[in-house]
Design a protein around this ligand. Structure first.
Ligand code: NAD
Ligand code: DAO
Ligand code: ZN
Length: 369
């Protein structure tokens, strides 16, 4: 079938909205009509060429929501008309990773997903006979996409697509990092580096968990108001701190953070996030994705004296199991998504979403099809 998609033709180039050929779903695959998709910093990470695994040409986008249009052979758990969220971390419930009970990093289709193809090693997307890569197993910058059954969460039919698409990445990543990875408890002190689409959801999660101090760190003072609305108790702009940021944060938390979260992708800040943690138990969670070839460092004594460094992918959420529950939380008014969606636009204007992100003017831009 002919579809409309935003193509990343080469690194650093604006996306081009074009007609693309999409082959139908093969065994274990599902054709999804995408109704809405968020534009996340990770899409920009790949578009910009900073992603060591970035492939071109490709159809980016990994934060979508839509309706099952057609199922391929052997698909059992979904039917046409079901409302779904594509998952860049699938949940096969059969692989070593899924059965371990220790991680959400399902390994079932990791190798082919990383090569930008479907599990059978081929792409469903092409243009003038030449293949276009899939992206993160999702490729939601298109009005139709094909996704493996194990990478789709079935959600309730009354949830608005242009809001719950954000659960496909940012909401789950931020709230999940607090609840699943850090396991923040009532009374804990939390420091959040970066108050963007991920960091604000960390703040929202920290408030839900009952954290006491929730300190937000950002160089953009315009982020302060929304962060306070979501539960931030103290704002720190590193540009306004005299001296080093780390002792300032240790002093503000009266000894160090119980938990810190790096939501930017900056290795220097990852170090600061670790070192502002409390001696003996403070844990720092890396969420931000750093550029190709970058490395983190600290003095090993920071770890010897009890600080812990962890990472979190998709908030540690078991995707097909947890995403429908988070959609329910939104529909029950337990989490706020609406105020984080600052811009809505059609696919033809998708490059504006990247410009707004660069200018720091958006939290989430959503493409509505
Ligand atoms: P964003 O651009 O919306 O937010 C980043 C924030 O960091 C902005 O508010 C910006 O002002 C602030 N910032 C930039 N430089 C700073 C500095 N030096 N000091 C303090 N603040 C600074 O990005 P986002 O969508 O929130 O994504 C954040 C990161 O999370 C990205 O690296 C993204 O790739 C990553 N990410 C990770 C996962 C995961 O599963 N681990 C999922 C999604 C996104
Ligand atoms: O299983 O080896 C693996 C990788 C799984 C993908 C993890 C991606 C999480 C971070 C990327 C940002 C997502 C938007
Ligand atoms: Zn698995």
């Amino acid at each position: 079938m002919e579809i409309r998609a935003a193509i990343a033709t080469a690194a650093k180039q604006p996306l081009t909205v074009e007609t693309v050929t999409l082959d139908g779903p093969k065994a274990g695959e599902v054709l999804v009509e995408i109704k809405a998709t968020g534009v996340c910093h990770t899409d920009e990470f790949t578009r910009s060429g900073a992603d060591p695994e970035g492939l071109f040409p490709s159809i980016l986008g990994h934060e979508g929501a839509g309706i099952v249009a057609e199922i391929g052979p052997e698909v059992k758990s979904l039917k046409p008309g079901d409302h779904v969220i594509p998952l860049y971390i699938p949940e096969c419930r059969q692989c070593e990773f899924c059965l371990s009970g220790k991680t959400n990093l399902c390994g079932a289709i990791r190798a082919t997903q990383g090569r930008g193809v479907m599990p059978d090693g081929t792409s469903r997307f092409s243009r003038n006979g030449a293949m276009i890569h899939h992206y993160m197993g999702s490729s939601t910058f298109a009005n139709y996409t094909v996704v493996p059954e194990i990478a789709l969460a079935k959600i309730r039919a009354d949830a608005p697509f242009e809001k719950v698409c954000y659960i496909g990445c940012g909401v789950t990543t931020g709230i999940g990092a607090v609840i699943n990875t850090a396991k923040v408890e009532p009374g804990d002190n939390v420091v959040v580096f970066g108050l963007g689409g991920i960091g604000l959801n960390v703040i929202q999660g920290a408030r839900m968990a009952g954290a006491d101090l929730i300190i937000g760190v950002d160089i953009n003072p315009d982020k302060r108001q929304l962060a306070e609305q979501f539960g931030m108790t103290h704002f720190v702009n590193p540009k306004e701190v005299e001296g080093d940021l780390v002792p300032y944060l240790v002093s503000l938390t009266k000894g160090g953070a119980d938990y810190s979260f790096e939501c930017i992708g900056n290795t220097k800040l990852m170090r600061q996030a670790l070192e502002c943690c409390h001696k003996g138990w403070g844990t720092s969670i890396i969420i931000g994705v750093a550029g190709a070839g970058e490395e983190i460092s600290t003095r090993p004594f920071q770890l010897v004296t009890g600080r812990v460094w962890k990472g979190s992918a998709f908030g540690g959420a078991k995707s097909r199991t947890d995403v429908p529950k988070i959609v329910d939380w939104y529909m029950e008014g337990k989490i706020n998504i609406d105020d984080l969606i600052t811009h809505v636009m059609p696919l033809e204007r998708i490059n504006e979403a990247f410009e707004l992100m660069h200018k720091g003017e958006s939290i989430r831009s959503v493409i509505r099809f």
